[in-house]
Write a protein that binds this ligand. Structure first.
Ligand code: CO
Length: 664
């Protein structure tokens, strides 16, 4: 039997005007979303997409992914950019190629399930602003979480691409939970929901080439919608997997432009174009056009971002993915979290604990937000658990997951962990089995009310509805009520050149490290001297400690003895003694001043809100403050029974590990 999907050689013709292939592989470009999200922490700015926008529109991509995922969060939080404006601006330059976004099902572009009214209006606004293809996924592959967004996508006349998050129970496809049958069943569910295409979303780069072949072949047989492969390069397998998927008849492949390629991002388009020339799956792309786009990117755009590239290792692949099945983004989050806690050396314990936590929590796929939920909880367990007690510090998100707020897990959650997490949980101690968001109260009206006088339209209200703390800050920047902090400003080429100069000097050994000593403020005793050394001249200020200098006319030998004798033993002793004592002395003092028990931040983070006011009586264990760390909310309990004496911060404040947040 002849396989119409098989790759066959036709004739060699490298010309840009070569005859069209019979069954060209369609390509979605991810450079302007997943590309910079993977390599540069989503810091890509709209102004840096414009230099290549019109050229990229000429390539012939099936779609360009330009929005969704972490862009919405990063733009308003770190870049002082209105996320909605990006779609409208890019649309002026990219007129032919459809826009694609990554939609996290009922999580939209956030990290929790939003209420149905917010979800529906969000999709409507994204469509109205110019979004065409909605790549929709749910972290648990629980498609009940699509029930609100999919009809909204369809009602707007847009393309619904249903995703299956690709994850494994064993190092390769097969085994207990995540096997071919599982994915075929999921694909049929998506087809029944009206999916216009079906995407294998391999966010961690786990899919191995021969598994990709087998899976795509099975899916092509089982369902009608086109099959799309999204695979991160992280483990180094994705380019091989793409080729095997193409041989199995995959319809659409995701790639990025070369400067955005590899590492935790995706395979590049250029080698794939060359690979397929002369076959019946030829992309038809003009490789010279791709080269000229790359030239602009390399010259005008990449220099502003290269400082964000993690270049601490030579290797551009991450073998940990093969060993631990952890997505690249999750891995860097884990390392960051450990760094903040001064515990990077415990990464191996984290790797050992991770599969246990994942299993306890229902063997869930690791993708935003579940990757953060599992990751942060794992680190919490490693850092705070004792021999007697596991899950000592459970994040609010784990509680929500145990309650069923994210949906149904692939296998049941460990009942002991679930019981512990739900003890005293506000919504109730008995988990739900219904569609997760069905228990959520509408949120839009409240958000509209809360942003009255500030938000000018629904798009503004949605920024707040999705991100109440940082969204409100952004709206204040947007309407000039507050000045945006300097770190939200873009890097200029001028700054890049200055930095490059400094680096060049440092490499040539022309920079000398200055001692990192903080100078005390000069006192009234400061006297200035001119000092001459070998023809060099220095002005030196001398500030005698303990009173104005007294000039005595002692004999030179005695003076020398007086200066050196007491100074010598004092100098090494001085920094050693007070330094380690200082923080110890300070913390209890802050507590003693207000006569109570301090509640300190167990990790650095941002205050979401205080649930108690000064003067409130609290019982030990009652939540006083919610602290956001690594995008997870941690409810911090009262250390003892008593009255709240002091609240040291307010909503939106950043705190360091050990800061006293409250005193009871
Ligand atoms: Co991705």
């Amino acid at each position: 039997m002849s396989n119409e999907n098989a790759v066959t050689m036709t004739k060699m013709n490298y010309d840009a005007n070569r005859p069209k292939a019979k069954n060209p592989v369609k390509i979605e470009d991810l450079s302007l979303r997943d590309g910079h999200q993977s390599l540069f922490a989503t810091r890509g700015r709209t102004e840096d997409m414009l230099p290549v926008a019109e050229m990229m529109d000429q390539v012939g991509f099936w779609a360009m992914e330009v929005w969704g995922g972490a862009t919405f969060d990063t733009m308003h939080r770190f870049l002082n950019e209105d996320p909605w404006e990006r779609i409208r601006t890019l649309k002026k330059y990219i007129k032919k190629t459809p826009f694609s976004m990554l939609l996290r099902g009922q999580n939209l572009v956030g990290y929790r399930n939003y209420a149905d009214d917010v979800a529906k209006v969000f999709v409507e606004r994204a469509a109205a602003n110019g979004m065409d293809v909605f790549r929709t996924f749910d972290a648990l592959n629980d498609y009940r979480n699509f029930e609100i967004v999919v009809p909204a996508i369809k009602a707007a006349g847009k393309h619904f691409q249903g995703c299956m998050c690709y994850t494994l129970t064993e190092p390769r496809l097969g085994g207990e939970v995540y096997n071919i049958d599982y994915y075929v069943k999921k694909a049929r569910e998506l087809e029944a929901m009206g999916a216009d295409s079906i995407c294998i979303k391999d966010m961690a780069g786990l899919i191995a080439p021969y598994d990709a072949y087998e899976l795509v072949a099975a899916l092509k047989k089982a369902v009608k919608p086109p099959i799309h492969l999204h695979s991160h390069f992280t483990s180094g397998m994705s380019a091989m997997s793409q080729l095997k998927a193409i041989e199995a008849g995959v319809d659409i492949i995701d790639t990025v432009m070369a400067p955005y390629a590899y590492r935790t991002s995706h395979a590049a388009i250029e080698p794939l174009v060359m690979t397929l020339i002369g076959t019946n799956r030829d992309t038809g792309f003009d490789i010279k056009l791709l080269a000229s786009i790359n030239e602009v990117l390399e010259k005008e755009v990449m220099p502003k971002y290269k400082h964000l590239l993690d270049d601490t290792k030579m290797s551009i692949i991450d073998i940990n993915v093969l060993l631990h099945q952890t997505p690249g983004g999750m891995l860097s989050n884990l390392v960051n979290q450990l760094k903040q806690m001064d515990a990077v050396d415990r990464i191996d314990e984290v790797f050992a604990e991770l599969p246990r936590v994942r299993k306890d929590l229902g063997q869930i796929p690791l993708v935003t937000p579940t990757s953060q939920i599992v990751g942060v909880q794992t680190v919490n367990n490693v850092l705070f658990d004792t021999k007697q007690e596991r899950y000592k510090m459970v994040t609010d998100q784990v509680k929500d997951l145990c309650y069923g707020l994210y949906g149904k897990t692939a296998v049941p959650i460990n009942s002991d962990v679930q019981k512990k997490a739900l003890k005293g949980y506000a919504r109730g101690e008995k988990p739900i089995t219904a569609r997760a968001a069905s228990v959520l109260e509408p949120e839009l009206e409240k958000a509209t009310e809360s942003t009255k006088g500030l938000a000018k339209d629904t798009d503004d209200v949605l920024i707040y509805a999705l991100y109440p703390v940082t969204g409100l800050k952004f709206l204040k920047w947007k309407y000039g009520k507050e000045a945006p902090p300097p770190e939200t400003k873009p890097t200029t080429m001028e700054q890049v050149r200055k930095q490059d100069d400094l680096i060049a000097k440092a490499k040539a050994g022309l920079l000398v490290e200055k001692p990192q000593k903080k100078a005390p403020a000069p006192s009234a005793n400061l006297r200035k001297f001119n000092v001459f050394v070998d023809g060099d001249y220095f002005e030196v200020g001398v500030d005698a400690l303990g009173g104005p200098p007294m000039v005595t006319y002692a004999r030179p030998t005695a003076a020398l003895a007086a200066v050196t004798a007491p100074a010598a033993p004092a100098a090494p002793a001085a920094p050693a003694a007070p330094a380690p004592e200082a923080p110890k002395a300070e913390a209890p003092k802050a507590a003693a001043d207000t006569k109570g028990t301090p509640l300190s931040a167990p990790m650095p983070g941002m205050i979401v809100k205080y649930l108690k006011n000064v003067g409130d009586t609290v019982r030990e264990g009652e939540t006083i403050v919610v602290l956001e760390a690594m995008k997870m909310e941690n409810a911090l309990p009262a250390p003892t029974n008593g009255t709240v004496k002091v609240l040291n911060f307010s909503s939106g404040d950043s705190v360091k590990k050990g800061d006293v947040l409250a005193v009871v």
